[in-house]
Design a protein around this ligand. Structure first.
Ligand SMILES: Cc1ncc(COP(=O)(O)O)c(C=O)c1O
Length: 394
């Protein structure tokens, strides 16, 4: 965090219409109160343990390691968290904040892959708040199963048919709703993005991933890992893992969606193909044209298909602390199949991007080096889409 409130170096800030400022100030106050509120933290920690199923295991992927013939690969199993992805850590934290500290009656959220929507609908059901989820029609098509899960959990899914019909359009609609209903409604943003205090708030709730992983790897190996790898959509599972190791001598790699290749323009690799710009409440890296219009993005995974990235990542990239690269759709699909066959774990397509990077670098590393890959979610939600891509009708 930089010296200016809400900034990471030059990135971040709070670029929103005036009507939203009181809500963001209220949220900031509630967040700082929650951080030191013993009752809040006790309740959150007990839910993480007994409801989410934390700590999630750190699993040594022996067959994948042997197959690649280099560094030892460990998987941080966020796929085993309740609802199947890391998104639950943040959604539950914010639902609790909305109910206990801000006394709201309703929560809204945006979702791309549907995992954040499912997690928010779960949090709403658990604490007893009404819940509306905004989702692009293209994502609704790709993630039908998650739409049905949200409905079962009592949430209303509102389809968004504008723009690219994906995550950025869903965020626009959610922000519009929030502007109208700020007094009764809390907006559960799903990643370390948007106006201050969201990047800090979401990082706080996701930092449990890295703290657990650090303890677990020291228990298992007696030392820190050499390298951490995580996929980067908005950037929350990666910040969650990285945050505990930022001061350590550990290499970190964030993997964006390379789609059909950077040259084709069909991708969501903001660092490889983007520029600095203000979008949806903060200054970060954005995919935009020369006139500043946001470009359409593409990724095989709905959760990485986003035109901008959390401001802390922009800062970590500029300072060189984290290296950012990308994996193409094809590489992610290969990793998806390889992990399924070798380890009996079907990963989310998002997480498969991180695995694709491990597949590239592990064989070049010595056998005593250690990589931790954040397995941000499980692939149940993606099975139908992968079958469709392979031309198999289920
Ligand atoms: C399983 C999974 N992993 C990763 C992501 C990307 O989000 P983030 O970069 O905030 O972790 C998503 C987003 O929906 C997801 O569902």
């Amino acid at each position: 965090m930089g010296k200016r409130k809400g900034y990471f170096g030059e990135y971040g800030g709070c670029f929103v219409p005036e009507t939203l400022m009181p809500a963001l100030e209220e949220l900031e106050k509630a967040f700082y109160r929650a951080k030191i509120d013993k009752n809040f933290n006790e309740e959150f920690e007990s839910l993480l343990k007994d409801y989410v199923g934390r700590p999630t295991p750190l699993y040594f992927a022996q067959r994948l390691t042997e197959h690649l013939g280099g560094a030892k690969i460990y998987l941080k199993r966020e796929d085993l968290a309740h609802t199947g992805a890391h998104k639950i850590n943040n959604a539950l934290g914010q639902a609790l904040l909305a109910k206990r500290l801000m006394k709201k009656q309703r929560i809204i959220a945006e979702t791309g892959a549907g995992q954040h929507g499912v997690a928010t609908a779960t949090g709403a059901a658990l604490v007893g708040l009404s819940c509306d989820i905004y989702m692009g029609t293209e994502d609704i098509r790709r993630q039908k199963l998650n739409v049905f899960r949200m409905n079962l959990l009592g949430a209303n899914v509102i389809s968004v048919d504008t723009g690219s019909k994906t995550l950025k359009d869903a965020i626009n609609e959610a922000l519009r709703d929030w502007t109208t209903n700020v007094r009764t409604t809390h907006y559960v943003l799903g990643t370390v993005f948007g106006p201050h205090p969201y990047p800090l708030l979401v990082r706080y709730f996701q930092s449990i991933i890295g703290r657990e992983a650090k303890k677990q790897i020291i228990q298992k190996e007696g030392k820190l890992p050499h390298c951490l790898i995580a996929c980067v959509g908005g950037g929350s599972n990666s910040i969650g893992l990285f945050s505990a190791f930022l001061k350590d001598n550990v290499k970190m790699i964030g993997v964006e969606a390379g789609g059909k290749g950077i040259q084709t323009g069909f991708h969501a690799a903001r660092f490889a193909g983007g520029a600095k710009g203000i979008f949806q409440g903060c200054l970060s890296y954005v995919l935009e044209d020369e006139d500043g219009n946001i470009l359409e993005t593409h990724s095989v995974s709905a959760g990485l298909d986003y035109a901008s990235v959390g401001p802390e990542h922009a800062y970590l990239r500029d300072t060189g602390r984290v290296i950012y690269t990308y994996a193409t759709d094809e590489e992610a699909l290969e990793a998806f199949e390889l992990l399924s066959r070798l380890e009996g774990i079907i990963p989310a397509l998002e997480s498969a991007h991180a695995l694709a990077e491990a597949i590239k670098i592990a064989p070049k590393m010595s056998k005593d080096s250690i990589i931790i890959v954040n397995l941000s979610g499980r692939g149940d939600k993606d099975v139908q889409e992968v079958a469709r891509i392979k031309g198999i009708s289920l």
